[in-house]
Write a new protein. Structure first.
Length: 220
């Protein structure tokens, strides 16, 4: 793909506030979008996220009651994704999840597992002081979930599909609904954000951004 085509996709992308509910994304295209999320990078490669695809109308109707920022997007999107951030139950350096992840997913030999765990412990305890509170660890994990968000929205735009990222919800109430409606153990997860995909209903306003010189400083 040419550079200009990539830039055109960035200019095409906007936070779509309402979708054309009659248009649906194909399974092939949505699988492609999700795959770009799955392949996203993360700190130490530990993937502190989980994707929930919410397609049932009854569930969307329930969740939208606590999502003031998704009143038009939840009902009209072709596909609605909730991205959860994993809490310290998973992400602490000495958790079973981290041990199993390095061994089974990253397929590291035992001596490398121990070395990497040492670096990870120092990172969490000293460099970023993530073990000072559950909130610090959760916020760190949640920040990483925005990497797949950006990749999914960009890949969608590159194939002509619209999106809208949303933080406009009551997190405590959303977590409670995830537990009651889906049976999730929310001591292990928290809601990071929602992102809707579909096709725009209306023509968006022209994109506005600061000039590159206003947001960039070079030291040469």
């Amino acid at each position: 793909m040419y550079k200009q085509e990539i830039l055109d996709a960035y200019k095409f992308r906007h936070a779509c506030k309402e979708f054309d509910a009659t248009k649906k994304i194909s399974n092939e295209d949505f699988s492609f979008i999700l795959e770009t999320g799955r392949l996203s990078p993360s700190s130490f490669g530990f993937e502190p996220w989980h994707f929930l695809v919410i397609q049932k109308k009854e569930l969307r109707d329930t969740f939208v009651e606590v999502a003031w920022g998704g009143q038009k997007q939840f009902p009209t999107a072709s596909h609605l994704v909730f991205v959860l951030a994993k809490k310290s139950h998973f992400m602490k350096y000495d958790s079973d999840y981290i041990d199993q992840f390095m061994t089974n997913v990253q397929q590291l030999p035992p001596e490398i597992v121990e070395m990497k765990k040492g670096f990870y412990e120092a990172f969490q305890t000293k460099d970023f002081q993530l073990l000072e509170s559950e909130r610090a660890m959760t916020d760190w994990a949640t920040r990483q979930t925005y990497i797949p968000l950006a990749n999914m929205m960009t890949s969608a735009a590159m194939i002509g599909i619209d999106s809208c990222p949303m933080e406009g919800f009551d997190r405590e109430k959303m977590d409670a609904l995830l537990a009651s409606e889906l049976g999730l153990d929310m001591s292990k997860f928290t809601m990071g954000y929602a992102v809707a995909f579909g096709y725009r209903k209306d023509t968006p306003n022209p994109k506005t951004r600061q000039e590159i010189d206003a947001v960039t400083t070079w030291y040469e």
